[in-house]
Design a binder for this molecule. Structure first.
Ligand SMILES: Cc1ncc(COP(=O)(O)O)c(C=O)c1O
Length: 358
């Protein structure tokens, strides 16, 4: 058998999740976030499925990501979430027909200096409390006037912000951010909501919606799983047992001997490791499914293999199918065990893992 690690990508689940997102604000435009290779799912296939399911546009993080989608024949509007990274990228943005976020004065200057035949749609990013990128609310009116006057800019600039703590159900930070946004007069289109904003904050459900993680079937709220929202996992990372060892009491397992068999017992070896993006810091006890039976990871994760305690599943054998996350084992549970978030696990799946869209 060839190395059995695969990431199955369920495009039907993508369509279901898009419909869930759409149902929260049916009349608003929905631009699906497909940056970072569609959160590790494969940008072109995910984008095609999302467009077929009715996404009005797509959001990316770089001109390179946008170009790859255009070269694959994807024609829907694309938004560059942090805008261009240097003035020299402005012509490429125009050539690819991108909408660009403008968050800093140097980007205004670059557009003012760009030739007039470039008809770029722009979104002013206002910092309402995230304190990462964006104009101060007091600077928005002047930025808007400069964009209106810039020959390279087409139409009325939009106004967008990003929520820092929408994944906390009760954070007053979100109501403060919404109040700061609503304190700004703005004649053009608006955009506020990521997944947590869309699912959790009715006040954010207006204008262009920008959901990411929920489309991939992951809850943005740490204490909830996707099924709570009718979302289905899109990626199922799976592999197989390549060996079952009968070890003796006192045998230490794997690098560093961090886990010792308390009794004579079967230990399964799974072809998956940090070379595939499985988190090296996942501790003993992290859940793994073997033949659909949940068993604990034991010992250290190595580059190509992990070991599991098979005392609870004595009939497992070399070749038994293994699920690391996805259908049957929410990535949120693995992430919680490993002290991280589902976003990071999905984005970390490496290029050596074939993605199988179906
Ligand atoms: C500006 C912006 N909007 C929307 C999103 C989508 O966020 P989420 O994946 O939490 O829905 C992101 C993701 O990081 C983002 O940076």
């Amino acid at each position: 058998m060839t190395r059995p690690v695969r990431a199955a990508i369920d495009t039907g689940a993508l369509a279901n999740n898009l419909a869930v997102a759409r149902s929260r604000a049916p009349s608003e435009p929905l631009w699906a976030v497909v940056k970072a290779d569609a959160y590790g799912h494969g940008a072109v296939d995910a984008a095609r499925a999302l467009v077929a399911a009715g996404a009005d546009g797509l959001c990316v993080a770089s001109v390179e990501e946008a170009r790859a989608l255009r070269e694959a024949g994807i024609r829907v509007p694309l938004l560059l979430l942090e805008g261009f990274f240097e003035a020299a990228e402005v012509p490429a943005c125009a050539e690819l027909g991108l909408a660009v976020v403008i968050h800093a004065p140097w980007q205004l200057e670059a557009l003012e200096a760009a030739p007039g035949e470039q008809a770029l749609t722009t979104w002013i990013k206002v910092d309402t409390g995230m304190h990462r990128i964006g104009f101060h609310p007091d600077e928005v009116a002047a930025a808007r006037e400069r964009l209106r006057a810039a020959p390279a800019v087409a139409g009325e600039p939009g106004l967008m912000t990003h929520l820092a703590r929408a994944d906390e159900r009760t954070a007053s930070a979100t109501t403060d951010q919404l109040a700061a946004f609503d304190g700004l007069e703005h004649p053009g289109p608006v955009s506020i909501a990521n997944s947590a904003g869309l699912l959790g904050w009715p006040g954010a459900r207006r204008g262009m919606l920008r959901p990411g993680i929920m489309l991939y079937g992951v809850s943005p709220f740490p204490e909830e799983v996707a099924a709570d929202h009718g979302l289905e996992p899109v990626m199922t990372l799976h592999s197989r047992l390549i060996a079952v060892r009968r070890l003796a009491a006192g045998d230490a397992v794997g690098y560093g001997g961090t886990w010792t068999c308390p009794e004579a017992m079967p230990v399964g070896v799974v072809a998956i490791g940090y070379g595939d993006g499985y988190p090296r810091h996942a501790p003993s006890g992290t859940p793994v499914l073997v033949d659909g039976v949940e068993v604990p990871l034991i010992g250290r994760v190595s580059m190509d293999m992990i070991t599991v305690d098979l005392r609870g599943h004595a009939t497992a054998a070399a070749g038994s199918p293994v699920t690391l996350w996805g259908r049957g084992l929410p990535v949120e549970r693995v992430a919680a065990a490993a002290g991280t978030i589902g976003y990071e696990l999905l984005c970390s799946v490496t290029s050596r893992v074939p993605r199988d869209p179906h």
